[in-house]
Design a protein around this ligand. Structure first.
Ligand code: 9MR
Length: 725
């Protein structure tokens, strides 16, 4: 066939133009167009630049795989995307990221850009449930800083995940990636329709959609079966019966004496991490920080254990510019001891190069040097004045199931036994702990970490290391772990017959109401397990928290729902205030949560207060009165300090509060809001002995939980009421 020259030139020209202009005319495929439509219709979002590609099949080819096999199949036609990418892990590595799928970015991202990741996921098979994956957006090189880190237990049906995040720094093309970590177990997961949109600064993070559907956890329901058993165990392990005997100065029993048995402090440790630098600071903020640590509940109750977040770590300890220095942290320890609050020391050795002083890595070829440095450090810090004898528990080793640098240098785990022995020499009275992460978080699915941790603990036990306790951290994100699964793991670690402590609880970026329910439920399941001794959160205030999301207070010190849940469980549900009167033998029998109490006996003109301990071995507590009375008399017994529950409750806006004053005294009734502020003082006057009734009108107050507190001499009692409007 003959084509005329001019035509041929024209055709060539057209072809050339088409080829050159191809990028200009390249169209988003229909999947990406539909996704834009969905984002516009459902969330009113427009614009944005595709960071991977705008073609489904091209994006699916971008993968860099390690320990994962990928198979691309054609979808059934009913999915909103056309290709299904099947990801299979047949042999899991030591870490979640050892089995991973990575997609490097194809357009640059600027610091603070707001992005939206969209991906469809379904689980096909997993060693546990339908498997488990982690969505990560991170730098491709050290230090691998992450802008997104969210776990998922895939469902059997397809789910569309929308995960917004903000860039923490500039990322050049190829220098950051979206990564799916799969090294939790053998599993098969399918994905489709992966797309990443960069909106720059057009929207705020809060304006983007976020998938929350699988953040819920099994057993959240108030009728969930685990609750009944947990409740029974709490009764069994955390409470004890007690008999109070009142005798007169001639050792004769006193009949009809009014007795109050008021709890002051739990035996179980409820605590938080604290920043020594903040404790030492001279500012209004630091005043509030310290005040909350003295009075968390607003009615005088607070944590009974703290852990120093950083100042006792090895590098800060040796850092001459660390705020307050060694004597500073010692004075902080003293501050807590003065308030009867125990202190945990965290930590003696954290065996990863990043967490050790620089010279240790520099001398990695010289094991004698490193050994001596560790010995000297343990000896010095445990023996330091103000630290020695003042630390209730030391984390001797931190995260050794994840950091192997020193184990590799020495070529043996024997080093760990030495460190425990040296710590024991340094402070024989401190309980010695090991501490690690990824044990109860993420649905309890990190079986590799659990396994390594158990092997290490067993090794220490087999080699007679003076190990007292097992620390389980607890930095939760999504998915939260079902309480029943937490219990299984506690049972597993409980079989070592060592103490267990939850050392570092928090739940970062978990929606407030969910975090509140989880606080209640995780506390409950841990409190119910007899091996667990302490539950510490890793900071209590957003203004002093590594993830800016602490369990108790927001930045402006308002109480979060999860803070309310903590206070309610620890200082209300699990708190004992009992009152009664002695029988003919001078005995009053009751029961209570284990801990410290004051026993108050009021007989006419004599108010006797005694501090006692209620433990599992407490039998009879004797209170001796400075009087020769043998029978106080029924009518007088009726008069003991008491504060009754208001009625009606809930109320709106008026409620009645009854109280009794047995002896003439100045007394004050105040109303306190959930933030611990006194909002009304209905009574403050000198009282003669008698029964009193107050009508309190809350017309001026907003709806919510309030406390009312009666204080008279050494007597104080607080109760809770609910104003509805
Ligand atoms: O919250 C701590 C943060 O301020 C420090 O910079 C960091 C490194 O020392 O350690 C953080 O605390 C970690 C703890 O020591 C061990 N478990 C994980 C904690 C949160 O990262």
């Amino acid at each position: 066939m003959c084509i005329r020259k001019t035509t041929r030139v024209t055709i060539n020209f057209i072809i050339m133009c088409l080829v050159c202009a191809a990028p200009l005319f390249a169209e988003e495929d229909s999947y990406h167009q539909n996704l834009r439509n969905q984002l516009k219709t459902d969330y009113d979002l427009e614009g944005g630049e595709w960071v991977l590609t705008d073609q489904e099949n091209t994006t699916n080819k971008l993968t860099n795989l390690s320990g994962v096999t990928k198979k691309i199949e054609t979808g059934s036609g009913s999915e909103p995307f056309t290709e299904i990418v099947r990801l299979t892990v047949t042999q899991k590595g030591a870490n979640a990221w050892d089995n991973a799928v990575r997609f490097a970015i194809r357009t640059a991202i600027k610091k603070d850009d707001v992005l939206l990741l969209v991906i469809w996921v379904r689980g096909v098979h997993g060693e546990q449930g339908m498997g488990r994956i982690q969505h990560i957006f991170e730098m491709t090189t050290d230090p691998y800083s992450k802008d997104l880190d969210i776990g998922q237990e895939p469902a059997a049906a397809w789910q569309q995940w929308m995960l917004p995040f903000q860039a923490g720094k500039d990322h050049a093309v190829g220098q950051a990636r979206y990564q799916i970590n799969m090294g939790y177990m053998q599993q098969v997961v399918e994905i489709g329709g992966l797309a990443l949109l960069n909106y720059g600064n057009k929207y705020t993070l809060e304006e983007l959609p976020r998938s929350l559907f699988d953040l819920d956890y099994d057993g959240r329901d108030l009728n969930a079966p685990w609750r009944v058993e947990a409740q029974q165990r709490i009764e069994q392990y955390r409470k004890a019966p007690v008999t109070i005997q009142v005798i007169n100065k001639n050792d004769h029993p006193v009949k009809n004496a009014g007795v109050q048995f008021n709890m002051l402090q739990h035996e179980f440790g409820f605590g938080t991490a604290i920043a020594a630098s903040r404790m030492l600071e001279n500012s209004t903020t630091a005043d509030i920080y310290r005040e909350k640590l003295e009075n968390l509940s607003g009615d005088g109750k607070t944590f009974n254990i703290v852990v120093v977040e950083n100042a006792l770590k090895w590098p800060p300890w040796e850092n001459p510019w660390w705020p307050g220095g060694r004597d500073g942290v010692a004075s902080v320890v003293e501050w807590f001891r003065d308030r009867d609050i125990k202190v945990r020391g965290h930590n003696l050795v954290w065996p990863g190069w990043t967490y050790l002083p620089d010279d240790i890595k520099e001398h990695q070829a010289d094991t004698t040097y490193i050994r001596d440095r560790i010995f000297d450090h343990i000896e010095e810090i445990t023996g330091y004045p103000g630290i020695y004898g003042e630390i209730a528990e030391w984390d001797v080793i931190n995260e050794a199931a994840h950091n192997f640098d020193l184990e590799n240098v020495f070529g043996t785990k024997r080093i760990y036994i030495d460190w425990f022995n040296w710590a024991k020499l340094g402070d024989p009275n401190a309980l010695l702990y090991i501490n690690d992460y990824s044990i109860i978080i993420n649905g309890g699915s990190d079986l590799s970490s659990q396994q390594r941790y158990k092997e290490l603990i067993q090794y220490l036990i087999d080699n007679a290391a003076p190990l007292d306790g097992i620390g389980i951290q607890g930095h939760f994100g999504s998915p939260l772990t079902a309480p029943a699964r937490v219990y299984e793991i506690l049972q597993d670690f409980g079989s070592f017959n060592k103490d267990i402590s939850i050392t570092e609880y928090d739940a970062v970026e978990v929606p407030a109401e969910l975090a509140a329910d989880y606080m209640r439920d995780l506390l409950t399941i841990c409190f119910s397990h007899p091996a667990v001794q302490n539950f510490l959160m890793w900071g209590f205030w957003d203004g002093q928290h590594w993830g800016d999301d602490a369990p108790i207070f927001k930045q402006d010190w308002t109480l979060k729902p999860s803070g309310e849940a903590f206070i309610n469980q620890v200082f209300n549900e699990w708190w004992t205030n009992a009152t009664g009167s002695t029988n003919a033998q001078g005995l009053f029998a009751t029961s209570g949560f284990l801990g410290k109490y004051e026993v108050v006996v009021d007989i006419e003109n004599i108010h006797t207060v005694q501090t006692v301990n209620l433990s599992k071995s407490t039998d009879v507590i004797t209170v001796k009165l400075d009087s020769d009375v043998t029978d106080v008399g029924k009518e007088k017994t009726a008069r003991i300090f008491s504060l009754a529950q208001n009625y009606p409750n809930p109320f709106n806006p008026v409620t009645t509060i009854n109280y009794t004053i047995p002896v003439p005294v100045q007394a004050r009734l105040e109303i306190i809001n959930i933030n611990g502020q006194t909002v009304a003082v209905p009574v403050s006057k000198y009282h003669t002995a008698g029964d009193y009734e107050i009508k309190f009108d809350a017309a001026q107050l907003p709806a919510g939980i309030y406390f009312y507190r009666l204080s008279a001499g050494s007597f104080t009692k607080t109760a809770k009421m609910l104003l509805l409007k």
